[in-house]
Design a protein around this ligand. Structure first.
Ligand code: SF4
Length: 708
């Protein structure tokens, strides 16, 4: 057994065998804290969780997912041993054998086809330490340019827009505690009530204190139930709607001239563009009545304070960056940012959607939100890592484009950690086909996911109860998640697995960590001076202060709960107003495909469902995807509630159970995306990509529907 593996095994046996205590939910970006309890009897242990009353964000709330989050982690069906593909079946093997196989296969592929022939695919639920390490592993151990992650499908449009407009991307510019200070709030394309239920309290409180809430969503949802004004926009027409609002704001004098003059550039161009916008056309395109657009603009324009929040409904489009930038225009024109109760928030979906996008697992990125094509950034990180700058690879391609490169035969080997691209990618048939072509696929996961089924080696990774590390939750607050339970069987911590593979590849000297905290301490140095500067944070401070907001550039710095109070992130300190031309979705309803499909989450499930489908308490409540359709539309097609429909797009057909919903627009159907195989709605979705951020157009494609 090699020394490195021996040290890892020794650490595992030194860890306490039984632990309970405080940890954090593995699911959405709120990161509610919880206490794990173990009740032991002679034969079995029973686990349960309870909310943590001292949680700084949720005051001890957990949603149904959080209350059942531990169930998948203690599931008997967890992977417990390394598995090697032998023909159509798996053989359990030792770590030595699995690592020898992995090292041999990766070396062979890189020797034959070049370093970039191996790709790495990460996830937005990994800890900051693992995101950081995965980026370093790709660039230093494999020396491949091909690394990206599933957060590309989650936050990239909001991040792209914030970087362009503000010069910096932190999901929420203000802490949630400031929400009740807002007098008008716009919630666009976000269903907080189902996706982040424990923060609804902030919006309810705001409303009870006189705030007006405007929801922009094609569907009536639990979130729109608290709205004073609900604009049921047609999927894909947000930018047109906002152009109408901006026009009203300029024409009726709601522009904060002093703010615009002192804090922004680009007003003249935006004003000129808005002169050419027709309110009637904005209404016709968006499906929202002109009076409602005027009213929304008036409410937001007249309010003394206000905030705008966006999420995937606005962002998951081939024009996602432009859509978000138009909402940022709204915030800037009215001067509603950088003050208490004034700001913008991208409601991140994944557990570590924020930290996951900061520390180097994106194709174009290095830690601290540095850029891999920037010579100074390259030199700094190369020095931290102790490698020559010229050995760092250049920029790679985005997640879906990496799959296309596999399909073309340019990438021959892939390592997937904490992700299930066969379910979560658009046009997922192509993903299945491409991954099946790989000469070597290594998957590290908790269960045999749809992606893992295609693997040549499957390694048992760590669940949230076992995996220590930091997470940056949706506010930009960095928190420590403590391990509260030992690993099952021969499973290993995800970061340890990366170190072991690096050792096998002869690069172990760069990966000699003994704890997640050691990785974090290196991340702190790597992020120093970057946009997302964590250098003033220590585990001890994060615990004591219940998290810290970045940037936090030194150990005496209090962190930055509110961004942009005095200047924006661009070198001149000014934000960029920009004219946004509405662009139609890449597919519009037509003769052959007369309806619009939009996708999203339901309360009981998370992402590709690997964890929540393995939680009977959740899965039994929502066991299969339902197609929500307006009863009148269903009647026209001949569908009955509870019956089945065949839904087809240009990319495929699937069969779904029908659920009547008078709460949805008549031309639109909604299907959740948490299932694989012949229930995978992403077999139908459109892989058209945003030109700036490479976000696919998940949120709208044209479909045909027939009884089935
Ligand atoms: Fe909290 Fe989100 Fe977990 Fe629900 S899913 S308990 S809101 S972190």
């Amino acid at each position: 057994m090699n020394e490195f593996l021996k040290a890892v095994q020794q650490r595992a046996s030194d860890r306490p065998k039984e632990r309970t205590g405080r940890t954090e939910c593995p699911y959405c970006s709120v990161q509610c804290t919880m206490n794990l309890h173990e009740e032991k009897s002679i034969r079995v242990s029973r686990f349960s969780v309870s909310p943590n009353k001292e949680d700084p964000v949720t005051d001890g709330r957990l949603c149904v997912k959080g209350l059942n989050a531990h169930v998948h982690a203690v599931h008997e069906g967890r992977l417990k041993y390394p598995l090697l593909r032998i023909g159509a079946s798996w053989a359990a093997v030792s770590w030595e054998k699995a690592l020898a196989e992995i090292g041999g296969r990766l070396r062979t592929i890189q020797a034959k086809y070049g370093k970039d022939a191996v790709g790495v695919y990460g996830g937005g639920s990994l800890t900051n330490e693992e995101c950081y390490l995965l980026g370093k592993f790709a660039r230093v151990a494999l020396q491949t340019k091909n690394i990206d992650y599933n957060g590309r499908f989650c936050m990239s449009a909001a991040a792209g827009a914030a970087n362009l407009t503000f010069g910096s991307d932190r999901g929420l510019t203000n802490p949630l505690a400031e929400v009740p200070l807002a007098k008008c709030i716009i919630l666009a394309g976000t269903n907080l009530a189902e996706c982040q239920p424990t923060i609804m309290q902030y919006f309810r409180k705001a409303r009870s204190e006189g705030c007006t809430i405007i929801v922009i969503d094609p569907r009536e949802t639990g979130t729109s139930a608290i709205a004073d004004l609900h604009l049921r926009v047609k999927p894909g027409y947000d930018a047109a709607l906002v152009n109408g609002m901006l026009k009203v704001i300029v024409e009726r004098g709601y522009v904060d001239r002093a703010f615009v003059e002192s804090r922004t550039t680009g007003f003249a161009e935006l004003e000129k563009h808005l002169r050419g916008v027709s309110l009637a056309e904005a209404a016709a395109l968006s499906g929202v009545a002109p009076e409602a657009i005027v009213e929304a603009a008036r409410l937001f324009g007249e309010a003394e304070t206000g905030m705008v929040f966006t999420a995937r409904g606005v962002e998951q489009h081939a024009s996602g960056v432009a859509n978000v930038r138009n909402f940022l225009n709204l915030v800037l024109l009215t001067g509603k940012i950088g003050r208490p109760g004034c700001g913008y928030g991208a409601i991140t979906g994944q557990a570590n959607g924020q930290g996951g996008r900061e520390h180097g697992q994106k194709a174009d990125q290095l830690p601290g939100y540095r850029l891999i094509e920037n010579p100074e950034h390259r030199a700094y990180i190369a020095k931290v890592w102790g490698v020559p700058e010229e050995e760092l690879p250049r920029k790679g391609v985005s997640a879906y484009e990496m799959v296309e490169a596999i399909d073309r035969g340019e990438i021959k080997g892939l390592i997937v950690l904490g992700s299930n691209p066969v379910v979560s990618s658009p046009n997922s048939r192509l993903v299945e086909r491409a991954l099946a072509k790989l000469e070597f696929l290594l998957v590290i996961d908790l269960f045999e996911s749809e992606t893992a089924r295609l693997a040549h080696v499957l390694l048992p990774g760590s669940a949230y109860l076992e995996d220590e590390g930091t997470i940056t939750q949706l506010e930009g607050r960095v928190v420590v998640r403590r391990a509260v339970k030992p690993l099952p069987g021969k499973a290993k911590l995800d970061w340890e697995i990366l170190c072991l593979i690096a050792e096998t590849l002869g690069k172990g000297q760069y990966f000699k960590y003994r704890s997640a905290e050691e990785i974090f301490n290196e991340l702190r140095i790597a992020s120093r001076g970057g946009i997302a500067d964590y250098s003033g944070m220590t585990y001890e401070r994060l615990e004591r202060e219940k998290g810290l907001f970045w940037p936090c550039p030194d150990e005496a710095h209090p962190g930055t709960p509110r961004m942009f109070a005095e200047r924006f992130g661009h070198p001149d300190g000014l934000a960029r107003l920009v004219p946004i031309e509405h662009q139609n979705p890449k597919e519009v309803a037509g003769r052959k495909y007369p309806y619009l499909l939009t996708t999203g989450r339901v309360l009981q499930h998370y992402l590709s469902g690997v964890q929540t489908r393995n939680t009977p308490e959740l899965n039994s409540k929502y066991p299969e995807p339902l197609m929500e359709i307006h009863p009148e539309t269903a009647g026209e097609i001949g569908l009955v509630n509870g019956g089945h429909a065949k839904v087809s797009s240009r990319r495929g057909t699937i069969r779904l159970k029908v659920k009547y919903s008078p709460k949805i627009r008549k031309e639109t159907v909604f299907v959740p995306f948490h299932w694989g195989d012949d229930r995978c709605i992403n077999r139908l979705t459109n892989p058209a990509l945003d030109p700036v951020c490479r976000m696919p157009e998940f949120k709208v494609c044209a479909v045909a529907i027939a009884p089935g």
